[in-house]
Design a binder for this molecule. Sequence first.
Ligand SMILES: Cc1cc2nc3c(=O)[nH]c(=O)nc-3n(C[C@H](O)[C@H](O)[C@H](O)COP(=O)(O)OP(=O)(O)OC[C@H]3O[C@@H](n4cnc5c(N)ncnc54)[C@H](O)[C@@H]3O)c2cc1C
Length: 395
Amino acid sequence: MSSHAPVGTPLRPLDLFNLDDDLAPEELEVRERVAAWAGERVAPRIAGLFERGEWDSSLAREMGELGILGMHLEGHGCPGGSAVQYGIACTELEAVDSGLRTFVSVQGSLAMSAIHRWGSDEQRDRWLPEMAAGEAIGCFGLTEPSAGSDPSRMLTTARREGGAWVLDGAKRWIGMGSIADVAVVWARAEDGVRGFLVERGTPGFTAQDIVDKLSLRASLQSELRFDGVRLPDDAMLPGARGLRGPFSCLDEARFGIVWGVTGAARDCLERALRYAGEREQFGRAIAGFQLTQSKLAEMAVALSRAQLLALRLGRLKDAGRLRPEQISVGKLDNVRTAQEIARTARSVLGGEGVRAEHAIMRHMANLEAVATYEGTAEVHTLILGAALTGHRAFA
Ligand SMILES: Cc1cc2nc3c(=O)[nH]c(=O)nc-3n(C[C@H](O)[C@H](O)[C@H](O)COP(=O)(O)OP(=O)(O)OC[C@H]3O[C@@H](n4cnc5c(N)ncnc54)[C@H](O)[C@@H]3O)c2cc1C
């Protein structure tokens, strides 16, 4: 019997290795559901939201109804899906805009997973059902003006005073910070880094959006300030001590990025293929030129590699065998692959490629931020370097 696919089986340009065939019906269902929602509700107006620098807050509840907030968390009103289902949702959101996937990452992978993993039962019951429904928004404050790649240098402090906690300091680049109902804030206490739940409106807590971004414009990032913010004893996440607390959440978010960026890359390739087939120069479609074909072929190869990597990491995660260093490989390679695909796709569209209408330049700009948050390429290279050699070369 021949081991080849039957002659005439069409090649899928956006899925060269037929990975779709390896997805279970419930995984395909997630893809259809999320792609349909994002395509109908957001895609037609995303260019305008990006140009105006707006996040549409009404999307949160819709995403809650879709079951994609805290998607792979169990209990307390969370959807309880698999890691692969979550990854597929991230892909379809980011195919429209990285800002959508960023919202889901901040809400589910960062804020909700911090409460889910390190919170008390009371904290879980208080926040997770509302957050899963998109009725309450969360943010995750780790980065500071002077502590980015190295959060161990954080300056925000938490001290005990008369049975309460008092927070002082600042956080920068905090996704959804200005609209969050609850901020998960990491601060240095006497016994190490601790996580705190700070509710919106707590005296001394302020948030201001960073508005001059040229990336992730259809998303919100804010500067948070804590000036003598008094919190009750039970505002602390009891389970987290040290940087292991926030780092476990970063791993969750990085996993979503590994998948998400394949969506942005796929959208770029799809657009480049379509444009190359329609655009004529020198009397023929530019798709007929060898140099254009070389670009399209390289993009398709790179996308397939990224998709394979994402699916492999997803299956490992669902089997409980995924290591943080493996997530670093995925974050490092898939983001830079998506960046290369976006850049190449942009060139296929010539001058049209810089217009908002064609989305590619928006993806390119977004991917710059995605390459930076949740660990830069340098940081993931150093994580892998340490795992390979046993020598930490961070400092
Ligand atoms: C759009 C956006 C959203 C974000 N959302 C959040 C959020 O929700 N919550 C949150 O807490 N943070 C968030 N961040 C912050 C993000 O995680 C940091 O920007 C990131 O960790 C890098 O820190 P930094 O910007 O301070 O850069 P720096 O750490 O100052 O790094 C600057 C450059 O130096 C390099 N570098 C640093 N150390 C080394 C080293 N040892 N060896 C070699 N090179 C090195 C870096 O790779 C980088 O190229 C967000 C950032 C952006 C841009």
